[in-house]
Design a protein around this ligand. Sequence first.
Ligand SMILES: Nc1ncnc2c1ncn2[C@@H]1O[C@H](COP(=O)(O)OP(=O)(O)OP(=O)(O)O)[C@@H](O)[C@H]1O
Ligand SMILES: [Mg+2]
Length: 261
Amino acid sequence: MPLLRSRSRQRASTASSSGSALLSIEGLEFSYGAVPALFGVSASISRGEMVALVGPNGAGKSTLMSLLAGINKPTGGRILVNGDDVTGRGPAHLLGRGVVLVPENKGIFPDMTVAENLEMAGYTLQRAEVADRTAVLFDVFPRLRERLKQRAGTMSGGEKQMLSIARAVLLSPQLLLIDELTLGLAPIVVDDLLGSIKELNSAGTTVLMVEQSLNVAASVCERALFMEKGKIVFEGPTAHLLERPELAKAVLFGGHVGGEV
Ligand SMILES: Nc1ncnc2c1ncn2[C@@H]1O[C@H](COP(=O)(O)OP(=O)(O)OP(=O)(O)O)[C@@H](O)[C@H]1O
Ligand SMILES: [Mg+2]
């Protein structure tokens, strides 16, 4: 199903799909003022992948996501999308390239209804286009259709997360970046959400998702990046991640892993 992908973007991705990675990051460095947060982060994500970004609190996961979405600009290194250097470009440019972030704080407007939140997200699109895409979205998140008139701030945590993902998906991402997909949600809601993300991924959206639980990461993502103290200390199959108890311990207790990639 060509879910929510504009024709022009599909053409673009087909034309450039000859082997190069959808996203390449090379030696990314970033500091908040004088405080360094990322120290030479490199990784690559191929089109169609669903990759987990895991690691303890303060490791730099959200910082990396903000760089990939163009919200913060790296102080060193490069970001390539479909082989094109987009280092230092802002969110609007990244959006134009199909890179869309679901932020850690969900980014929804609590005083607006679900319908208004979706309209706001799609304000750059034609009304008919929003209606079309919203209809497809409701197949993935039927709960949102039932709650169109509800104020977003009164929805449950899981429903808010569905809405924030739906807002991002309206923009036809090639690469969907999700910060903290399942944090604080009940297991049954997590299962529901993961199913929806899998569905989006199967329909052609590449996903990079920050996930606190290694088990959840392993249940839906074949590959993971593990960050600690501003560096990637593991990159590989999620199954291998589970065989490294020191990584699970680091996530739980914020301990030091100190391993190499
Ligand atoms: N706006 C900011 N100003 C200064 N330092 C910041 C800012 N945002 C994050 N940091 C610092 O940068 C480091 C990385 O933070 P980041 O939010 O990227 O971690 P994280 O891996 O997303 O953690 P969590 O799992 O808790 O969300 C931390 O030491 C944090 O204190
Ligand atoms: Mg974070």
